[in-house]
Design a protein. Structure first.
Length: 414
């Protein structure tokens, strides 16, 4: 039985894409080729101009050098007259003296012509050099102008505007390749920061909810007057632990948020921020017998008021909590110094070695302790303060105070 031949299949797909074929490397309009052609053409044009000028000057010098040195006035008496060699006008010269005078005059005239040629050539070279430098400066600025555009975009991105793109047009050269790579990097960074902000928001909700539920349940059980004393004591211990966990979660979330640059900025007075922080810590300072003092002058910066208040609050709280038992004080001052807003918090307290100062800004680090429980906080206050200061383009410094305590100095751009 004869079998029916199968219909012909589709032709095989090509294994290469004609659009993926790149031109030869030496045909690509790269910066190297463009600069080579540009400066090579400039040198060629300058050489042609210089040769033309030298040719004209040499032709003039040759015409000057070929002028007749003398002319015969009277052929019968052989009277000779010369405007360039007056010595031959004098009569009574022997033949040898006459030839020597003519030779000297020719040498002198040739020297004058060469000197004129040299001086004019130097002037022409100087003029061409000035023109060449000016033209080269203009052309270099035109060729390198995309770098200025890339720099401006990078500076805008450094100011937290990740939505900016270079989008450089023009020939497919190294600068366009750099700009496209930079745009791709910005796109990935923006996606990463967006994902981080989304994660922080979700984590904030997911972590706060169970802690709030635990606190509510514990408070309900503690409100029962008939509960046993042991149960009440356990409830208070669990409630304190839950409160510490809430503080830790709030500190971690604030630290994660403050690591990003501040996009929306408003005028904020550091004196007002420091005053609000002092009001919040005033009761705790009175309970510990710590005096809060200092003069606060107006120092307006552009930033986020809530985060800046957190800096002042953390510094003042630490200054009050880590203080001496008797006759302690905290000095809070604000001012504008050298074009920068300055917040200084100084306190009495235990002696802090200079080598321990940098460790205080690390998360969960305290003086001479590390990752240990304490009723004074969770060890994130200075880390948050440094992160918020950096997000505002500022810095925070710590310096041991003579006699004990610290001098915390925050500088922010006005």
């Amino acid at each position: 039985m004869a079998t029916t031949p199968a219909p012909p299949g589709a032709p095989p797909k090509p294994t290469w894409d004609p659009r993926s074929v790149t031109p030869l490397p030496w045909l690509r309009p790269t910066i190297r080729i463009r600069l080579t052609l540009l400066y090579g053409g400039m040198f060629l044009i300058a050489g042609i101009l210089l040769l033309s000028i030298i040719y004209l000057l040499a032709a003039q010098a040759v015409r000057t050098g070929n002028e007749p040195l003398y002319k015969i006035v009277d052929f019968t008496d052989l009277k000779v007259s010369s405007s360039t060699c007056p010595v031959v006008d004098n009569g009574g010269l022997s033949l040898s003296d006459f030839n020597a005078a003519i030779s000297d005059c020719m040498d002198h005239q040739r020297k004058v012509a060469l000197d004129n040629l040299l001086s004019r050539s130097l002037l022409a070279l100087l003029g061409l050099a000035v023109i060449a430098f000016a033209f080269g400066y203009a052309m270099a600025g035109r060729v390198l102008s995309p770098l200025g555009r890339i720099t401006r975009t990078a500076r805008a991105v450094a100011g937290s505007d990740l939505s900016r793109r270079i989008e450089l047009d023009g020939p497919d050269d190294e600068l366009k390749e750099l700009a496209d790579t930079f745009d791709d990097m910005l796109e990935r960074l923006q996606r990463a920061f967006t994902a981080q902000q989304r994660f922080v928001g979700n984590a904030s909700h997911e972590l706060r909810t169970p802690l709030a539920i635990n606190r509510t349940l514990l408070e309900v059980h503690l409100s029962d007057p008939g509960a046993p004393v042991e149960l009440q004591q356990l409830g208070k211990t669990l409630l304190a632990t839950n409160e510490r966990s809430e503080q830790l979660v709030e500190g971690l979330l604030l630290l994660a948020r403050s690591d990003n640059q501040i996009v929306e900025r408003k005028p904020v007075d550091l004196a007002e921020v420091a005053g609000q922080a002092i009001d919040q810590v005033h009761a705790e300072a009175e309970a510990k017998g710590v005096e809060i003092r200092g003069t606060r002058e107006a120092a307006v910066v552009q930033g986020n008021g809530v985060l800046l208040e957190r800096i002042a609050l953390n510094l003042v709280q630490n200054a009050v909590r880590y203080n001496v038992a008797e006759a302690g004080w905290v000095e809070v001052t604000t001012a504008v110094e050298g074009g920068q807003a300055v917040l200084v918090v100084t306190n009495t307290g235990p002696v802090v070695p200079a080598y321990e100062v940098d460790n205080l800004f690390e998360p969960f680090r305290r003086l001479r302790t590390e990752r240990t429980g304490s009723d004074k906080g969770v060890g994130l206050g200075l880390s948050i303060a440094r992160s918020v200061a950096r997000a505002h383009g500022g810095h925070i410094y710590a310096q041991p105070r003579e006699g004990g305590g610290l001098v915390m100095r925050v500088t922010l751009p006005v």
